[in-house]
Design a protein around this ligand. Structure first.
Ligand SMILES: [Mg+2]
Length: 371
């Protein structure tokens, strides 16, 4: 395989994961509706009406892919710059309070090391933000050594998540996505997914959560798993990553079932669906995503496409790639322009009004009133 073949294969794998992540993100986001109706919608598998707006999970995953295309590895200074540029372009993608603070600081020239290490009295964020965006990275490096994947995932998380729990969550999801990409066209055993993730995730509370998930029967109901493992109510790696992996393990061969199971756990549902969707699509390919789940975006033609500014543009036209680029370049603020936003239970906090979160909560910029 030539170097350019290898680059194309990396990109194709990453784009599959990215499409699964993005559709999951936008799908999950649409279920922030009144608590009295959400369970009925999920039980009926009622697909939400368009538009489905993607959130920070996708925006930051696009940033990671932009850096990988440009440099072939996570260069942290560049990643911080890319995250900050994308943030400045649209601050209303549902970033959490701590993310607002960090990205604002980086935007005014403060180093990412300083910005990411300050929150929570210097402990750094242990939120789920490192995990939510990392599945495409795992797919990109799927043919590399596991140690490389761990190192790149950690580097991608550290830019905003200085805390080792936030990094452990990102590592777990990256290695899960790599495992999934390697299992393409093969039978896949959920137990080996858990074994692989547990072998590579650093010792942490998140690791203990994943071990608990591995022991939780896949025949159990999603709601019981969410209750036991957490489903992102605290938007921490520890209460998000184990459940998302459990959902992926339960539905390694059906993207659609994986999404309905994941959203049944409620909690931080755009992020849990983004994580699970990224893993499952890394295994099955973007073509496993139902066609009508792509109906969701009212798109502008791609124009100022950030990904093709890479010094070494690569990759053949790809449906997922085109779709993602178009979504990224819609030029509208889907959240602010969606009149259902308030009804969906969100209360936006202007970036300039962000308070220091009282708890270890990476996501206070949006308050989900139904949780
Ligand atoms: Mg989000």
């Amino acid at each position: 395989m030539t170097a350019s073949d290898s680059q194309r294969a990396r990109l194709a794998r990453a784009l599959d994961a990215l499409e699964g992540l993005s559709v999951g993100d936008a799908f999950g986001e649409r279920f922030f509706v009144k608590p009295s109706v959400v369970e009925g919608l999920i039980d009926a598998r009622a697909l939400p009406p368009p538009p489905w707006a993607y959130t920070d999970d996708t925006e930051m995953a696009l940033g990671i892919l932009e850096v990988l295309e440009a440099r072939g590895r996570i260069e942290q200074d560049l990643l911080a710059e890319v995250f900050a540029r994308r943030y400045r372009r649209n601050r209303h993608r549902g970033y959490g309070g701590t993310a607002h603070e960090i990205l604002q600081k980086i935007s005014v020239g403060i180093s990412w090391r300083e910005a990411a290490s300050e929150p929570f009295d210097g402990a750094g964020s242990m939120g789920n933000g490192g995990a939510m965006r990392v599945a495409p990275l795992g797919a990109w490096f799927a043919e590399d050594d596991d140690a490389r994947i761990v190192e790149e995932a950690r580097a991608s998380a550290e830019v905003t998540h200085f805390n080792s729990e936030g990094q452990a969550g990102a590592i777990a999801i990256a290695v899960a996505a790599a495992w999934a990409a390697r299992s393409r066209h093969k039978l896949a055993d959920p137990d080996s997914l858990f074994e692989h993730v547990l072998a590579l995730t650093p010792p942490s509370t998140t690791w203990k959560g994943i071990r608990k998930a591995a022991r939780w029967s896949l025949d159990a109901t999603p709601t019981s798993a969410a209750r036991e493992l957490g489903s992102g109510q605290r938007v921490l790696a520890v209460d998000t990553v184990p459940f998302a992996i459990w959902c992926a393990a339960r539905h390694l061969d059906s993207y659609e079932d994986a999404m309905w199971t994941t959203v049944s756990g409620l909690g931080d549902r755009d992020t849990t669906c983004a994580i699970t969707g990224g893993i499952v699509a890394a295994r099955l390919g973007a073509e496993a995503i139902p066609q009508d789940w792509h109906q969701t975006q009212s798109l502008h033609p791609a124009s100022a496409d950030p990904l093709v500014t890479s010094p070494q543009p690569c990759g053949a036209p790809h449906a997922a790639r085109v779709s993602m680029h178009r979504r990224a370049d819609r030029g509208v603020d889907p959240i602010r322009e969606d009149p259902a936003w308030e009804e969906r239970g969100h209360r936006l906090v202007e970036p300039t009004q962000v308070r220091q979160p009282a708890a270890e909560n990476d996501h206070v910029g949006i308050q989900h009133v139904d949780e």
